[in-house]
Structures are given as structure tokens and as C-alpha cells.
Design a protein around this ligand. Structure first.
Ligand SMILES: Cc1cc2nc3c(=O)[nH]c(=O)nc-3n(C[C@H](O)[C@H](O)[C@H](O)COP(=O)(O)OP(=O)(O)OC[C@H]3O[C@@H](n4cnc5c(N)ncnc54)[C@H](O)[C@@H]3O)c2cc1C
Length: 555
């Protein structure tokens, strides 16, 4: 499938200006490369060969997660020649099977990379770098954003952002996204659920018996638990629905598609005018490569996509490619997530997927007229990698307990995730210090999250006091912990979309304002932080952006 690489000794490359003209044959875009070297990136190919892929693709996609994997499948099916460069290599099935104590204990989902955090100390981000990206370990809860979140949702510290897009603009894409990702759900059971043009494609998955009882217990307290919509794959070996199955597997069926895993994109090289991307530079097996395509789509996730643009600074783009607005890297958002454990009155397996959701406090509470967030029943404690890795209290407990005690904890507790959105803040940002990635990320709307956590504690106790309750029982403590900065898997917002080039990085179709053949299709383009989880919105946007690219290419 792959075209033959042309090995070029960098010492003999002729400096060629790439302005306006197509990159000729296998020659290097030397001006751009020189510009980059001057901008602080390590000199290219020093002493070694720089390989140039001779084939020119219709579309080159960087990253194969929720955004990139989905978009690649869509474009490959349209008959386009698509090259996907993915930094990671395949995640072994055993590592995907998260219902496993051994796995639960190890810090397996941290790449070797370290970033500098808000406190100035390095940290290892929790995320998966593999074909499928973070969807390889996600909970697969795929929910539509609520209608009011698209425009100035009242939040504790002020109104939420105006997405300029409205729910009605995304509704057809949500519908397609749910069909593609085989979402199992039940329409009409949640009062905040937005209007749908069709029912869920598949019926909800059965709940665990104790979850059924818990739902009744919550209803008796006047709450409205609903079945969380879940993506489920068709493979018996790997049943969780993810972007590898629904994006890459689909793309592989078409001859124009090529995936190169283990390919870390380092930078983009622009034309002399700065208005086009001419080549994408990647490191594969220690070698530097250049790839060319008519259109380039960044989908490396909210941190890495911003980093690639910042590292692509040249004289034309001194602050980074597509960054005339100085918005690249800014407005980083991560939902505030607190895990809580409740004591179960009945012994269960400890291994099950997420089941119940509650949006009763989505828009506020008694005497609170701003959004608080959502509550979601977590997966079994042994099946939810977030428990193992993130909340310090729980992860410490998990590391200290011997296996039987951990099993005991798992099958005698019920887990909850309490999630609150944050507002975009330009000072919360991804930036570079030399080659190091710096992530400054101070959550706002803290009081809203605290209120929701304490409200949920009160609900748990109220349920336990009810004599009709059989599933949960009173306990002296409710272990809980908030996801620390290292939990970056939900990050969004660093290259936000908008119609004003001075305030956004891409237009409403996902195309960079300043670089005509550069698109972004991952969580970075979201202008706000969906409290229900960003997954389905990223997939829906990727489908929408794929349609715009197809139209551009007449396919
Ligand atoms: C434990 C966990 C549970 C979650 N559960 C849910 C859930 O239930 N529901 C929900 O909606 N969301 C959930 N999320 C969040 C969801 O997974 C992410 O929002 C989503 O995957 C982000 O999609 P993306 O396309 O922006 O990036 P990703 O899915 O992260 O994909 C980015 C890809 O780019 C690759 N890449 C990075 N840098 C480079 C580079 N330089 N060159 C080439 N490739 C590169 C990465 O390896 C990765 O494959 C969860 C996340 C985690 C970590």
C-alpha cells in the first residue's frame, strides 16, 4: 500500500522555496525546515537520512482517537486516499480488558512522556496513545450535549460560552454518530434530554440486578435516574465500542486507506505564504519522515494538536501555525470529576459497566440557579481505570490493599462519578517551554462542583435512611477523591471553533482560519466543556467536518 520512501541525505538537500508551488517530487521544503530549526525545534535529520514519502495523499489525518479515527473511516469510505499517522502502537487486548486486578494496580495508561503542571512540577498524563486513542479505555457513555449548553448556560462564575453552533445544527450528526458507534439507549427517560429526530439505534443494555433496585430506590426520593447510553462493539473479545472498531476497522475495508502506527507527528511545514500546509513531519522508528497531502486534519487530542501547531512556528507564523489569534493552546478545559464510593448491602461482581445517569442538578438545585453538573453511576470498581489511576484516595487504597481485600472492596461498594463543567479561561493553556509541554489548568466553578458533591452525599444518605432500600447501607465514611491534573483524557478546548478569526482557531466547519488546507477534528475545537462527557460531540463533529472535506474535494 505504501508508496516507496525517498531517502534524502539532509546534507545535500537544495534549499528550495516551497511558496505557491507543489513540493516537487521528493525534494524537501527546505525554507520551511530552516524556519523551524530557527524556531527552536531540534535540527532535522542531523547526520542522518530524512525519508520522504513519494505518494501524495488526498487527506492526511494525525491521530486516530474519537475524532481522527471516525473521520478517517468516513473519508476512506468516500474513496479518498487517506493516510493516518498515529503515534501509538496497538494496545494489546489484555490491556483493554480492564476487569482485572493486575491491570487495576498498574499505572499502565501513562505514556513515558511528562508534562509540566500548574504547580511547576512534572506529571505523567493519564491517556492512551494507541490506534483508537483514549476511546480504547473510555466508559463508552455517549451522550448528547443538552440544548442549553450551546448558548450561555448560566454557570456559577458567569455565562457559559456561545458555541455559535446550535443543538439543531448537530442533531443530524449526533444521530449518525449514535448509529455508527452502535449506541444502546432509551429515549424519553431523562427530562433534560434534547429533542431527537429518531430513537436510539439499539435497545439499552440490561442493568445488573442491583442497579435495577438502586434505580427504584432513587426514584422513591423523587430523582430521575435514566439508562446511560452506551457504545457497544460487535466483537465478543473486545465488546467496548471504540474508534478502532468504528473508525479504523471501517477505514481498512477501503484500498485508499493507510495507517502508520508508531508515527509521532512533530510539526507541520507551511508554504512560504504561510497559507497552506505543504508537508507533515513525523518520527517513525527513530527516522524523520515527510508526508504530503492536499488536506491535513489534526486530531491528536486537545493537548497534542495544540503542541503540534505551536511547534510549527515559522517567520510567517511566529506564534505557531494557524495562531495569529494567539488562541492556540488557550481555553483548555477538563471537567471537574469526583469519584465517590457507597457501601453496598449486597455482594455483586464488582465488574460491570456504567449503568445509571442523573441530570436532576444539571441546571441547578433548590436555591441555586446555575448549572451544577451530572451524576453517573461508575462502572464496577475493578472495571473503571479512572479509579485505579486518578483519585488519590482511592488509588492509594487500591495500592495498599492485598488482592482479596481489593476484591472485597469492589464487590461491596457502589461507585459514582460526579461531574461539573468548567468555563473557558484563556489563562488555562497548553504552552511550550523549549521542548517541554506546559499545562496550566486551574479549575473554575469550584463552588458548583462542591455543591454537587455535597448534594450527592446527602442523596446517598437519604436513600440509605429509607427503610425500603435494600441495595446500599449506611457507612461511617464515603471514600471519595477528585481526579487530579494528570487525568487529561477528557481535555478539550485548545483550538476552539468560531466565526471570528481574532477569537478562534478554526471556523465553524473545523477549517483553520489562516491555513486553507488545515483542519482540526478532535476535542480541541470544542468551545465549551460538555458536562455529560465530550465523546459523542467529538464524533459528531468529526462526521460533520468529514462532510465538509468531502465537499471541498468533490466526493
Ligand atoms: C478512562 C477514560 C474514560 C472516559 N470515558 C468517557 C465516556 O464514557 N464518555 C465520553 O464521552 N468520554 C469519555 N472519555 C473522554 C474521551 O475518551 C475523549 O474525550 C476522547 O477520546 C477525545 O477524543 P480526541 O479525538 O480528541 O482524542 P483521543 O481520543 O485522545 O485521540 C488522540 C490520538 O492522537 C494520537 N496522537 C497524540 N499525539 C500524536 C502525535 N504527535 N502524532 C500522531 N498521533 C498522535 C494519540 O495517540 C491518540 O490516539 C474518557 C476518557 C478516559 C481517559
Amino acid at each position: 500500500m505504501s508508496g516507496s520512501p525517498a531517502a534524502v541525505d539532509t546534507g545535500t538537500v537544495q534549499p528550495q522555496d516551497v511558496q505557491g508551488a507543489a513540493v516537487p517530487g521528493s525534494r524537501l521544503p527546505a525554507t520551511a525546515l530552516a524556519g523551524r530549526a530557527a524556531s527552536g525545534t531540534a535540527p532535522l535529520g542531523a547526520g542522518g537520512a530524512l525519508l520522504i514519502e513519494e505518494r501524495e495523499f488526498d487527506v492526511l489525518v494525525v491521530g486516530s482517537g474519537a475524532g481522527g479515527g471516525t473521520l478517517a473511516g468516513e473519508l476512506a469510505e468516500a474513496g479518498l486516499a487517506v493516510l493516518l499517522l498515529e503515534r501509538g502502537t496497538t494496545l494489546p487486548l489484555v490491556d483493554q480488558n480492564v476487569a482485572n486486578i493486575d491491570l487495576f494496580r498498574r499505572r499502565r495508561y501513562h505514556p513515558s512522556e511528562e508534562w509540566i503542571g500548574t504547580d511547576g512540577d512534572p506529571f505523567a498524563p493519564q491517556m492512551v496513545m494507541a490506534p483508537g486513542g483514549n476511546t480504547k479505555i473510555w466508559g463508552g457513555v455517549l451522550e448528547r450535549m443538552r440544548e442549553q449548553e450551546f448558548c450561555h448556560l448560566p454557570m456559577q462564575e458567569g455565562p457559559g460560552p456561545d458555541w455559535e453552533l446550535r443543538y439543531a445544527d448537530l442533531e443530524p450528526w449526533y444521530q449518525r454518530a449514535e448509529a455508527l458507534y452502535r449506541v444502546h439507549g432509551e429515549a424519553g427517560s431523562d427530562a433534560t434530554e434534547p429533542r431527537r429526530s429518531a430513537p436510539y439505534p439499539l435497545a439499552p443494555r440490561p442493568l445488573e440486578p442491583f442497579q435495577e433496585l438502586l434505580r427504584d430506590d432513587l426514584r422513591r426520593q423523587g430523582l430521575h435516574p435514566y439508562r446511560l447510553p452506551l457504545s457497544v462493539g460487535e466483537s465478543a473479545e473486545d465488546p467496548s465500542g471504540d474508534a478502532e472498531g468504528f473508525g479504523l476497522e471501517r477505514a481498512r475495508r477501503f484500498p485508499g486507506f493507510e495507517l502508520r502506527s508508531g508515527a509521532e507527528v512533530l510539526a507541520l511545514h507551511g508554504s512560504a505564504s504561510g497559507r497552506e500546509v505543504r508537508a507533515v513531519e513525523a518520527r517513525i522508528d527513530g527516522q524523520r519522515w515527510l508526508f504530503r497531502a492536499h488536506h491535513v486534519v489534526l486530531a491528536a487530542g486537545a493537548v497534542a494538536s495544540a503542541v503540534i501547531l505551536l511547534r510549527s512556528a515559522t517567520e510567517r507564523h511566529p506564534r505557531g501555525m494557524a495562531n495569529g489569534s494567539d488562541q492556540v493552546g488557550r481555553n483548555l478545559m477538563r471537567p471537574q470529576l469526583t469519584a465517590m464510593l457507597q457501601r453496598s448491602a449486597i455482594v455483586h461482581s464488582g465488574r460491570y459497566g456504567p449503568g445509571l445517569g442523573l441530570t436532576d442538578f444539571h441546571d441547578g438545585d433548590r436555591n441555586v440557579d446555575y448549572a451544577l453538573g451530572v451524576v453517573r453511576g461508575g462502572g464496577g470498581v475493578l472495571q473503571d481505570p479512572l479509579f485505579a489511576e486518578s483519585p488519590p484516595v482511592l488509588s492509594l487504597v487500591s495500592r495498599l490493599l492485598p488482592d482479596p481485600a481489593l476484591e472485597w472492596l469492589a464487590d461491596r461498594s457502589v461507585s459514582w462519578w460526579v461531574a461539573s463543567a468548567v468555563r473557558p479561561d484563556p489563562e488555562n493553556r497548553v504552552s511550550l517551554r523549549g521542548e517541554r509541554v506546559v499545562v496550566n489548568d486551574l479549575p473554575n466553578n469550584r463552588e458548583a462542583h462542591d455543591r454537587l458533591v455535597y448534594r450527592w452525599l446527602a442523596v446517598m444518605q437519604q436513600v440509605e435512611r429509607d427503610p425500603a432500600t435494600t441495595v446500599v447501607q449506611r457507612a461511617p465514611i464515603y471514600p471519595r477523591g477528585e481526579a487530579p491534573q494528570s487525568v487529561m483524557g477528557f481535555a478539550c478546548g485548545t483550538c476552539r471553533l468560531g466565526s471570528d478569526p481574532a477569537r478562534s482557531v478554526v471556523n465553524l466547519e473545523g477549517r483553520c482560519h489562516e491555513v486553507a488546507n488545515l483542519w482540526i477534528a478532535d476535542g480541541s475545537i470544542l468551545p465549551g466543556c460538555p458536562s455529560v462527557g465530550p465523546g459523542l460531540t467529538i464524533v459528531a463533529n468529526a462526521l460533520r467536518i468529514a462532510a465538509a472535506i468531502r465537499e471541498e474535494l468533490g466526493r
